[in-house]
Ligand binder design. Structure first.
Ligand SMILES: C[S@@+](CC[C@H](N)C(=O)[O-])C[C@H]1O[C@@H](n2cnc3c(N)ncnc32)[C@H](O)[C@@H]1O
Length: 241
C-alpha cells in the first residue's frame, strides 16, 4: 500500500490542483506548519510567482475597505479584478451598500475552486446572490468599450505596476490604459488597487493624470512567515477627469 505522503497527500501537505494555463503552471496546495498548529494554509502559485496565501490577507481586505470607503452612496455596482482566494471579494460583500459584485478572473481553475468550494471562501461567495464569478482577461475587458458604468473597480492581479504576471498587462498601467479603465466607471466612481511594497510616487502621479483625487495608503501587516511586518500599497483614485 502507498503511504499518504507518497500520494502527494497528507495531513501536512496536499496538492489540491496542478495544471498548465496560458500564463504558466498553476498550483493550489494546502499545508500545515508546526508553528500554526492545525490551521490549514491554502496557497496559490502561478509559474514562479507566489500569488496568494490564506495565512495573511489584511492588504487584500483593505483594498475593498479603503476603495468602498471613498464612496458616499449606496446601491453600488462593483467589479473585482483577480479572485485569488476571495478575500477582497468577501470583504466587499460585507459592505451592505454593494448591490452587485462581479469578480473577474482569467483562470477557469481559480473560479472552479470557488464554485466547487475546494477553497475556504467559496461557499461565502456562492451563497451571496449579489456575487457572480466571470472568467475573462480583466485587462482585455478594460480596453473594450464599457458594458456598464460601475461605481467601483477593485484590482489585485499583478504584484506592482512594473512587476506584472504577463507582459501584456503593462499597457493597463500607462496613462492611456488607466484612462480606458476610467471609462468603465461612473464619473464619480472609484478605482482602487493593491500593490506589493510601499506606494510608488510615479504611479500615484500617473493616477492623478486620469483622476481628480488620488490617495496612496501604506498598509502594514504582520507576516507570520517572516515573523516581521510587511508593507503593501492600496491606491484609491476617484472622479475621472
Ligand atoms: C493575487 S491574486 C488575487 C488575490 C485576491 N485579492 C484575494 O483576496 O485572494 C491574483 C488573481 O488574478 C488572476 N489573474 C491573473 N491574470 C489575470 C487577468 N489577466 N485577468 C483577470 N484575472 C487575472 C489570477 O488567476 C489570481 O486569481
Amino acid at each position: 500500500m502507498q503511504s499518504q505522503a507518497w500520494c502527494g497527500m497528507s495531513i501536512f501537505y496536499e496538492e489540491l490542483d496542478f495544471r498548465p494555463t496560458p500564463i504558466g503552471d498553476l498550483m493550489l496546495r494546502r499545508r500545515r506548519m508546526p508553528q500554526f498548529g492545525d490551521t490549514d494554509i491554502y496557497e496559490v502559485k502561478l509559474a514562479e510567482d507566489f500569488l496568494m496565501t490564506s495565512l495573511f490577507h489584511e492588504a487584500e481586505s483593505q483594498l475593498a475597505i479603503k476603495g468602498l470607503a471613498a464612496l458616499d452612496r449606496g446601491d453600488l455596482d462593483v467589479v473585482v479584478g483577480g479572485l485569488g482566494l476571495g478575500y477582497t471579494a468577501v470583504e466587499a460583500l460585507k459592505d451592505a451598500r454593494v448591490a452587485s459584485l462581479v469578480v473577474v478572473d482569467f483562470l477557469e481553475a481559480v473560479i472552479g475552486w470557488h464554485q466547487s468550494e475546494l477553497v475556504p471562501l467559496g461557499k461565502t461567495l456562492n451563497d451571496d446572490l449579489r456575487c457572480s464569478l466571470r472568467q475573462a482577461d480583466f485587462f482585455a475587458l478594460m480596453r473594450n468599450a464599457p458594458e456598464k458604468q460601475l461605481d467601483a473597480i477593485l484590482l489585485d492581479i499583478d504584484h506592482t505596476p512594473t512587476n506584472v504576471l504577463h507582459q501584456s498587462n503593462t499597457h493597463f498601467y500607462t496613462e492611456e490604459g488607466l484612462a480606458e479603465m476610467a471609462q468603465h466607471l461612473k464619473p464619480d466612481g472609484v478605482f482602487a488597487m493593491w500593490a506589493d511594497g510601499a506606494p510608488e510616487d510615479f504611479f500615484a502621479e500617473r493616477l492623478g493624470l486620469v483622476f481628480a483625487e488620488t490617495k496612496a495608503h501604506t498598509i502594514e501587516f504582520n507576516n507570520p512567515i517572516t515573523g516581521g511586518t510587511s508593507v503593501g500599497a492600496v491606491y484609491v483614485a476617484a472622479g475621472r477627469r
